[in-house]
Each structure stands twice: as structure tokens, then as C-alpha cells.
Design a protein around this ligand. Structure first.
Ligand code: GAR
Length: 212
């Protein structure tokens, strides 16, 4: 069974959804760059080993990423899953885990890379928002896309309401992506495209606002 390590920085709800998903892999550890990340307690309650590699203890990104890689080696990580991990990783680190490092981002990439994705979607008046699971490449928030979920933006949505509704979809698609990766059903090819061993059909279409 493949070993996955989940990296978090805070609340850890995506991590918790992965822990509850009965995935076909061993969750070897949860690592945070912040000692006060709420998700660490949740992981411990699930009996998962945890570690902290505090970014503030390192002079620069290179040394932090080297320490992180060393800790990942301790747990013999085959797959590294970023779940609300809010640090930019260096190209050296990202390239080392090419095809084995995935992230979830709260927008329909390539729209809204970076932060405050829900507020920016509301401000732009888009009618469909969403989330994306992608392989991580050195190009921040632009890695090859594995799966996306789209939700309608409703008239009275606030940033918080939209975030909550989207989080539910994040939890659904992240476990699917991790499952595919653990089972060897997807891989990152030499042209940086995601290849499915058994090509998948799309789900329902979404029109927002709905047609009358
Ligand atoms: C999630 O919404 C995740 O998509 C986002 O942070 C939140 C973490 O919540 N990630 C990013 O913005 C990465 N660029 P969680 O800790 O409850 O999973």
C-alpha cells in the first residue's frame, strides 16, 4: 500500500475528510508548518502520527523545504497531499515530488490563483465558482488539473456562505483524486497532462442561474 503524508497549516477539514474516507493507502503522517494548526489535534485523535516543521524556524524557503523533505523521508512518503498548506514551495522541492504532489485550491483554476478566491469571485459577479485538485508544479496554482467541482453563485451569497458551500465539494473531490492516485489510475505524463488509465465521463452540467 502506498504511504501518503498530508501537509496542513490550519483547520484541517480537508485532511479530516481524507482520514474519514477509508482510502486505499496508509496515511503515514500529518505535518504542519504551524504548531498551532487545529488539524494536528484532529489527526492525533485519529491515531495518525504528526510532526511540525515550523517555517519560522528557517532562514529561507530553501532550508525550510529541505527540512520538510527530510521529515517526509522519515515517513517514507510516496504521495504528498497539500490540504490547506499555505506555504509556497520551492521549485527544487516541487520537482523532487513531480507526479506525487497534489493540492486543492478553492477556485476553478486557472481562474483565481492565490488567496481570497471567494471574495474575488463575488466581486467579479461570476455565476459559477468551484474548486480544483491539481498536481503541483513550480508554477503556483497552475499545475495540471485532476478534478474540479463547480457550484452556482447565488444572489445572496457572502464570502463565508460561498466558502462553506464550496468546502463540502472540496471534501468530495479531494478523496476521489487521492483514491485515483493511490490506485495508480492517474499519472502526470511527460507533457504535463493528467492521464487517466480508464478515462472518466463528466458528471452533470451546471447552468447558473438555471434556465426557465
Ligand atoms: C481550503 O478551502 C483549501 O482549498 C484552501 O484552504 C482551505 C483549507 O481548509 N487552500 C488554499 O487556498 C491553497 N491555495 P482546511 O484546512 O479546512 O482543509
Amino acid at each position: 500500500m502506498k504511504k501518503i503524508v498530508i501537509l496542513i497549516s490550519g483547520r484541517g477539514s480537508n485532511m479530516e475528510a481524507l482520514l474519514a474516507a477509508n482510502l486505499p493507502c496508509t496515511i503515514a503522517a500529518v505535518i504542519s508548518n504551524r504548531a498551532d494548526a487545529e488539524g494536528l489535534g484532529i489527526a492525533r485523535n485519529h491515531g495518525i502520527p504528526t510532526a511540525v516543521v515550523a517555517h519560522k524556524d528557517f532562514a529561507d524557503r530553501e532550508t525550510f523545504d529541505a527540512a520538510l523533505a527530510k521529515t517526509l523521508d522519515v515517513y517514507q512518503a510516496d504521495i504528498v497531499v497539500l490540504a490547506g498548506f499555505m506555504r509556497i514551495l520551492t521549485a527544487r522541492f516541487v520537482n523532487r515530488y513531480r507526479g506525487k504532489l497534489i493540492n486543492i485550491h478553492p477556485s476553478l483554476l486557472p481562474a483565481y490563483p492565490g488567496t481570497h478566491t471567494h471574495a474575488r469571485a463575488l466581486q467579479d459577479g461570476v455565476k459559477i465558482h468551484g474548486c480544483t485538485v491539481h498536481f503541483v508544479t513550480p508554477d503556483l496554482d497552475h499545475g495540471p488539473i485532476i478534478i474540479q467541482a463547480a457550484i452556482p453563485v447565488l444572489q445572496d451569497d457572502t464570502e463565508q456562505i460561498l466558502a462553506e458551500r464550496l468546502l463540502y465539494q472540496e471534501h468530495r473531490i479531494y478523496q476521489q483524486a487521492v483514491r485515483w492516485l493511490c490506485q495508480g489510475q492517474i499519472e502526470l505524463d511527460h507533457n504535463n497532462y493528467v492521464r487517466f488509465r480508464f478515462p472518466k465521463q463528466a458528471g452533470y452540467s451546471l447552468i447558473s442561474p438555471g434556465l426557465e
